[in-house]
Design a binder for this molecule. Structure first.
Ligand code: SF4
Ligand code: SF4
Length: 168
């Protein structure tokens, strides 16, 4: 476990309300209310997804802990926002986790499903490409047909922000 001061500074600088992360007093309310922790955390061995521990590691600059081999260490978060709502210090944990996930993807360390889903979005502009079964179901439910997205426009956007290169 090594302190990476550059990484620590990046976390502090990127966080939208950068003053707030340092006020985390490790009360664990985020972890206690996190649905992912509830199903993955082993209370006795402290393994599993733990937002409180991620915040502490980010705050201390423990880059190696954050980007460990276990993808659940940061990618387990489903961005349900519960932790943001319950944190007594009003820390926007999900903003910090988004930054950490982006760093992980930049390094090519994101789980495979992230790249395959991003690729599907690049190719079809949809996270879940349309299928005849989905369209039939919509018709049965009286829902309007899904408008066709402008794939070229989204691809241009993704190229301009460098996302296309990361997919390779
Ligand atoms: S709820 Fe907020 S203050 Fe408490 S441990 Fe989580 S981030 Fe820190
Ligand atoms: S946003 Fe992520 S870390 Fe926060 S409670 Fe939901 S799953 Fe857990």
């Amino acid at each position: 476990m090594m302190v990476d001061f550059e990484f620590r500074k990046e976390v502090m600088d990127k966080h939208v309300s950068s003053d707030l992360i340092k006020y985390c007093y490790q009360c664990s309310r985020c972890t206690d209310n996190c649905p992912v922790s509830a199903v993955s955390k082993d209370f006795y061995t402290t393994t599993g997804y733990d937002p409180r521990a991620n915040i502490l590691a980010a705050l201390l600059g423990y880059k190696d802990v954050i980007f460990s081999q276990d993808p659940l260490a940061i990618w387990g978060c489903t961005v349900c926002d519960t932790c943001d709502e319950v944190c007594p210090q009003h820390i926007e944990l999900t903003e910090i986790f988004t930054f950490l996930k982006n760093k992980s993807a930049e390094q090519g360390n994101a789980p495979e499903f992230i790249y395959s889903q991003a690729k599907a979005i690049f190719e079809s502009s949809k996270a879940i490409p349309s299928q005849p079964a989905i369209e039939r179901r919509r018709q049965q439910l009286g829902l309007p047909a899904v408008a066709e997205p402008n794939v070229g426009e989204l691809q241009t956007l993704m190229k301009n922000i460098g996302a296309e290169k990361k997919l390779k």
